[in-house]
Write a protein that binds this ligand. Structure first.
Ligand SMILES: Cc1cc2nc3c(=O)[nH]c(=O)nc-3n(C[C@H](O)[C@H](O)[C@H](O)COP(=O)(O)O)c2cc1C
Ligand code: SF4
Length: 333
């Protein structure tokens, strides 16, 4: 079952022939109610209920809607693949989100698309730099306001940032309804690492990790990092309750999970914007403690950085390390 990838159509006329015209909702609140009933959760990493974000933005004065195609996760390609294969579903979702909240301006961040004849809300495309934090929502808001795309602790209710996959799902829910969606609730997964066929796959939410490995030709792995660099390590028999940003990195059997985690934390430390204490001091110290196998210090630092930054970068890093300590416990003895 691949409800999203099988709806692919690059050309607008082909898209309309295959998926039908853009289903404007007309009635205020109709889309938000449908999203609540569908149970759609965001696909940019946070897994947050989409209807709540739209409801909050819809009461703001002439808000701004932004499609987030930054895809700063190095191991993620699903947003690029989606925009290549189904650009019109993403754009339909963006138009429908704009209608639902009464948008004043609409942006696409991190990709370029041509205007379409069916669009009521003109889209301004804004470039995104290729950094890990440029896709964080407050960095995205800064970018469309002409500032540097750096995360801040600015949380604004008059700006709606949605991942491009979330928008494509909105377009499908508007067309086929919440009940259809509940039966077709899949996610796009970028699978890499110890597999023969790395790439983007579409699978049902709640699947076992092993199913992803089977699809991509797993070659033997003891754990898979699910969600992205802010995600969690899972064993192949476990199920994926929260797909995060849809990343799945299969650890080769001969590799150390804690060493791989140390490498990722080193990268995450290098990608922070170094403006808050936990990122500036905590993440480099955490990467070093992991590499030096000083587990007590690792545990202490994880507790110190968690929840103490302006954005969720330290929290995501803490989550990753906690799961590594649990799943690779035998390595830390
Ligand atoms: C450090 C950091 C980087 C992020 N990068 C991205 C990104 O590249 N693309 C994305 O869609 N969301 C990214 N997010 C999540 C966004 O902040 C935001 O939750 C998301 O775009 C909202 O869309 P959604 O509700 O549709 O998932 C990032 C979050 C953090 C903390
Ligand atoms: S928590 Fe880290 S990444 Fe986020 S704003 Fe502060 S320094 Fe930058």
């Amino acid at each position: 079952m691949r409800p999203l990838l099988d709806a692919a159509a690059r050309d607008e006329d082909e898209h309309i022939a295959r998926n039908g015209p853009l289903p404007w909702q007309h009635t205020p609140g109709a889309l938000i109610a449908a999203l609540a009933e569908a149970g759609l959760a965001g696909r940019g990493g946070a897994n947050f209920p989409t209807w709540r974000k739209l409801a909050r933005t819809s009461v703001a004065d002439r808000p701004v809607v932004i499609a987030n195609a930054a895809e700063g996760e190095p191991a993620s390609h699903k947003d690029k693949v989606l925009l290549q294969r189904c650009p019109h579903l993403v754009l339909d979702g963006l138009q429908l989100a704009a209608e639902a909240v009464g948008a004043r301006r609409v942006y696409l961040y991190g990709a370029v698309v041509p205007q379409r004849k069916s669009d009521r809300y003109p889209i301004t495309c804004v470039e995104a730099p290729d950094t890990f934090t440029a896709g964080e929502s407050s960095a995205v808001m800064a970018a469309v306001n002409g500032r540097k795309p750096l995360p801040t602790n600015d949380r604004r209710d008059d700006m709606l940032v949605q991942n491009v996959e979330t928008l494509a799902r909105i377009a499908q829910i508007a067309r086929y309804g919440p009940r259809w969606f509940r039966r077709h609730d899949t996610f796009l997964a970028t699978v890499s690492g110890a597999v023969q066929r790395p790439g983007v796959y579409e699978v049902e939410r709640g699947v076992a990790v092993q199913r992803l490995l089977d699809l991509a030709g797993g070659v033997g792995t003891k754990a898979v990092l699910i969600g992205g660099y802010h995600g969690t390590w899972l064993r192949p028999h476990e199920t994926i309750a929260d797909p995060g940003a849809g990343v799945a990195i299969a650890l080769p059997n001969n590799e150390s999970g804690l060493r791989k985690t140390a490498e990722i934390v080193g990268y995450l430390a290098s990608q922070s914007t170094r403006r808050c204490g936990p990122c500036r001091f905590g993440l480099p110290a955490l990467a070093e403690a992991l590499s030096a196998r000083r587990w007590n210090q690792v545990r202490q630092l994880v507790g110190l950085v968690d929840g103490r930054g302006a954005c969720h970068h330290p929290d995501g890093t803490a989550r990753l390390v906690r799961s590594a300590l649990a799943v690779f416990e035998e390595e830390s003895r």
